[in-house]
Write a protein that binds this ligand. Structure first.
Ligand code: ZN
Length: 219
């Protein structure tokens, strides 16, 4: 599960904003300004993907270190995993933005998720933990794409859970981020009030002032 604020920086100091409230939505949000002409790719390399996974608590810092080392040894596989992560991300955006808009998701996007699902679930184990049992991901797996497995599982779980009705698309026209509205009255409108909320509020304030001065001028 993602934790807001992350806390672990990438090697070049970038902090991902984990405001989606679900792992799968946080991966979908690794593109800035998606609806604009100049969308900004936040996963520029496999190393960025590992940093995202570490900040989202998908992997520990030790596991991240191993993945960085393995990726340096197998650059082609790392590149392939990055491409798969972006493909999955675009499918997740297509699915959940349709859900947020009350539309049926495109079949192609659902197919991307379903194709990835069996491989992801094959890494799941049940382990005894202090008198109870819990799901664990198999740790002997060295595959570079194993960081995607928890995201894939999270997407499938969200799609089949009552929380699906709480998935929203940020109201800011230039944002394109998804989030889970956990507010009691289901009234959250922005991915992050301090970013898009304030921007929208500032714009409304400006437009109101502008309208006011125009109206004042015409009298
Ligand atoms: Zn936003």
């Amino acid at each position: 599960m993602s934790v807001k604020g992350g806390g672990v920086q990438t090697r070049d100091g970038f902090l991902f904003e984990l405001s989606g409230g679900r792992l799968c939505l946080d991966l979908a949000n690794t593109v800035d300004d998606r609806p604009a002409d100049q969308r900004k790719e936040l996963l520029g390399s496999y190393s960025d993907l590992v940093a995202w996974a570490e900040q989202a608590r998908v992997v520990t810092s030790e596991e991240a270190e191993v993945l960085h080392e393995e990726a340096a040894r197998r650059p082609e596989e790392a590149q392939g995993t990055l491409a798969a992560a972006r493909r999955l991300r675009e499918a997740l955006f297509a699915i959940f933005s349709c859900v947020a808009n009350g539309q049926s998701p495109p079949e192609g996007a659902l197919a991307v998720l379903n194709t990835a699902l069996p491989g992801a679930m094959s890494a799941l184990r049940v382990a005894a933990a202090g008198g109870v049992f819990e799901w664990r991901w198999s740790l002997d797996e060295r595959g570079l794409d194993r960081i995607l497995s928890p995201v894939i599982r999270d997407a499938a779980e969200l799609l089949t859970s009552p929380d699906l009705s709480r998935v929203r698309l940020c109201e800011s026209e230039s944002c394109g981020w998804l989030f889970l509205d956990k507010s009691r009255n289901r009234t959250r409108r922005w991915c992050d009030m301090s970013v898009c909320g304030n921007r929208a509020k500032a714009r409304r304030h400006y437009e109101r002032k502008k309208r006011g001065s125009e109206a004042g001028g015409s009298i």
